[in-house]
Design a binder for this molecule. Structure first.
Ligand code: ZN
Length: 674
């Protein structure tokens, strides 16, 4: 009897699972966009093809600056590696990650801007990769050559650089539908399935083992397009050969210094969320959350990144964070946001994009920092207390200061951010999960075309206006993310309040939409104070972190060694050693005055001059807090009291992303009443 009951439960279970599988398959066939195929979990949101989303306003300006700067011209600026000799271009030069890194940013930039010149520039790279495939399925450069200064000419057959090429071929396919991509990938993945047991991901270098999640996500993408079952076997194999990030995140292994490399952590952050699709176990999503929480607690900075000047290095705000960490953390969040629909991952994405990202490159995109500091009071050639000093060049702005990975990899940041502003939703609707001025064209309902213009100066503005064009009238859901920092939002439809959802949720507005409908989302931003290293205070407002505005003097220095032909130093022209007042941080709503500046909406917002918002408050100079070893000296513990100071003076904070020199983590000073 007992066995019989067990069998019946099993049969019922099987019936429901098969039914669910059939339904999932059915859904993915009838929807406008390809969802996961069974047995992968059904995703709440799906990526739109490259080109469906266009930037507007400041974001378009930002992408144009990339086009006119290093991104559009790296073959000239960094000719030795990115020029005709590159191995991924058929030459005898660099065969490793750098060429692929650049194209992984240039290609989405080209197709998002629909820029003919840039498209012509990326095409030969795509063609060479597609035509390089050998009969056994291998593709890419295969010959190792002798070393040459500045070039990586060995480990040609390494799995790792190919993971980056797979990413740009996937993007190229969504932009063009070129079926050769599918044929190449099927053949290469069969090759991987047969070769990986003999030559695992770390056979040539360890990077493939650290970054296997990037390989895995493309395998699932191809499985969804083709239904080839061997890809699921390859998925398990890749996951098993990749560093066990899930355990590392769940068992506190990020809590220590030194253990992990900065960029590997940023890339590894996606792996459990990617594998979750096949594992169908929520533990993998929890692992990502746990990893992010440990990074924040033990190495965290308020810009969403962490102290890791190569290896994890604690949360002292004068430690460095690498440009590659910023763009890879963003891409990890972009990769798992549509899989999970978790607001926390979108919040983390915006935090990095709107704070860390804009400040690490110059406005005209001719230079970048390898490491940035949260408290950064002078940019100069000096070793500092970084894990790797790069002869003192690591924190300078230059095309080749520090190490060239960032020169090559930084380009993906803004284009992929643009591409992830909008998604299709599994219920045949549309979703805005991350905000910036943009326009999207997509299919909704039973295939109706919708065009939505997102008009805003977010993250500086609190309101976002969506104008909808749809013909004919169509019923669909419009999903909006309400960030967790927002207490209560207001959604207005054609001038009337529709709902007032609280933060940390995705609100679906389901109705019949007509041409000309206007939906407005208001996300009220309040000044708040968070506490960090040595109990220091950080001023935040909405998605933006604020930092002390310091006078800057920029100096272009000509250079003759391997760190590039020039770099910029930036020296302070006003004091930086301020503490905030206990009385102010106890009453942020009153003691911090938010001033919206009258700057033109057409001006580039990410600098001191054009910062659209200022926060004014009082601060006191802490005389003993001085420069030490090229950085702001040890951060005075908060709070400081019985300190003899001069009277408080007016100070101005601006968005972190608008600063170059800054104090972000402030000591707090209690002024004696007598
Ligand atoms: Zn880098």
């Amino acid at each position: 009897m007992k066995n019989y009951t067990g069998l019946r439960i099993l049969l019922i279970f099987l019936f429901f699972s098969l039914n669910a599988a059939a339904q999932q398959q059915e859904r993915s066939q009838t929807s406008n966009y390809q969802n996961n195929r069974y047995p992968l979990i059904s995703k709440p949101f799906m990526e739109l093809p490259l080109g469906a989303i266009s930037p507007d306003g400041w974001l378009r300006d930002q992408l144009n600056r990339q086009k006119d700067g290093m991104t559009g011209h790296l073959d000239e600026i960094y000719e030795a590696v990115m020029g005709k000799r590159n191995g991924w271009f058929g030459g005898d030069g660099d065969v490793w990650e750098r060429g692929p890194y650049w194209i992984d940013g240039l290609l989405p930039l080209a197709y998002i801007l629909k820029d003919k010149t840039l498209i012509e520039k990326v095409k030969p790279w795509v063609e060479w990769a597609l035509n390089s495939q050998q009969p056994d399925g291998y593709f890419g450069p295969s010959a190792d050559r002798g070393s040459e200064p500045g070039l990586q000419r060995n480990n040609a057959r390494d799995w790792w650089p190919k993971m980056v090429v797979l990413k740009y071929l996937q993007q190229y396919y969504t932009a063009t539908g070129d079926e050769r991509v599918i044929r190449l990938m099927l053949s290469y993945f069969r090759f991987q399935l047969s070769e990986l047991p003999k030559t695992p991901l770390d056979h040539w270098t360890h990077w493939g083992k650290d970054r296997g999640g990037d390989n895995l996500m493309i395998v699932y993408w191809l499985y969804n397009l083709t239904g080839e079952k061997f890809l699921l076997d390859l998925g398990e194999l890749l996951h098993s050969q990749t560093v066990n990030w899930t355990d590392a995140f769940l068992t506190g292994k990020l809590r220590y210094q030194w253990g992990f490399h900065c960029v590997n952590v940023a890339q590894g952050m996606k792996e459990p969320g990617v594998y979750y699709q096949q594992a169908r176990d929520n533990k993998y999503v929890e692992a990502v959350k746990s990893g992010l929480a440990d990074l924040k607690a033990f190495h965290g900075f308020p810009d969403g990144l962490y102290g890791a000047d190569e290896m994890l290095h604690g949360n002292n705000p004068t430690q460095g964070s690498e440009f590659c960490s910023a763009v890879e953390m963003m891409f990890s969040m972009e990769s798992i946001l549509p899989v999970t629909g978790e607001v926390a991952f979108a919040d983390q994405l915006e935090r990095v994009a709107f704070n860390a990202l804009p400040t690490q490159a110059t406005d005209n995109y001719d230079s970048r920092q390898y490491f940035q500091q949260t408290n950064q009071v002078v940019i100069s050639r000096y070793p500092r207390n970084f894990n790797t000093a790069y002869e003192g060049t690591a924190q300078l702005f230059g095309p080749l200061t520090g190490y060239p990975c960032c020169t090559s990899n930084m380009h993906q940041g803004w284009p992929k951010f643009t591409q992830n502003l909008w998604y299709a939703s599994a219920d045949q609707g549309i979703a805005a999960l991350v905000y910036a001025p943009s326009k999207v064209k997509a299919k909704v309902g039973n295939g109706a075309n919708v065009e939505i213009t997102e008009n805003t100066n977010y993250p500086f503005d609190e309101s976002i206006r969506f104008s909808i064009k749809v013909d004919p009238k169509t019923t669909f859901s419009f999903h909006l993310r309400i960030p967790s920092w927002c207490k209560k939002s207001v959604i207005t439809l054609n001038g009337k309040i529709w709902s007032e959802p609280e933060g940390n949720k995705i609100e679906a507005i389901s109705r019949e939409w007509s041409d000309g409908d206007v939906l407005e989302l208001s996300l009220p931003m309040q000044v708040s104070v968070s506490r960090w290293y040595e109990n220091s205070a950080v001023v935040e407002r909405g998605p933006l972190v604020y930092a002390l505005k310091i006078g800057e003097e920029w100096k272009r220095v000509l250079n003759a060694d391997k760190y590039g032909p020039f770099y910029y130093e930036v020296h302070p022209t006003s004091p930086w050693n301020y503490g905030l007042l206990t009385t102010a941080i106890g009453n942020p709503g009153k003691e911090f005055e938010v001033v919206k500046r009258a700057v033109s909406k057409d001006s580039y917002p990410w600098n001191q001059e054009n910062a659209p918002i200022e926060i004014r408050t009082k601060g006191v100079v802490i005389p003993f807090w001085t420069l030490y070893n090229g950085s702001a000296g040890p951060l005075p513990y908060s709070e400081q009291y019985q300190l003899k100071t001069d009277p408080p003076v007016d100070i101005t904070l601006i968005p972190y992303g608008c600063t170059t020199l800054r104090i972000t983590e402030f000591p707090v000073v209690r002024i004696n009443s007598k």
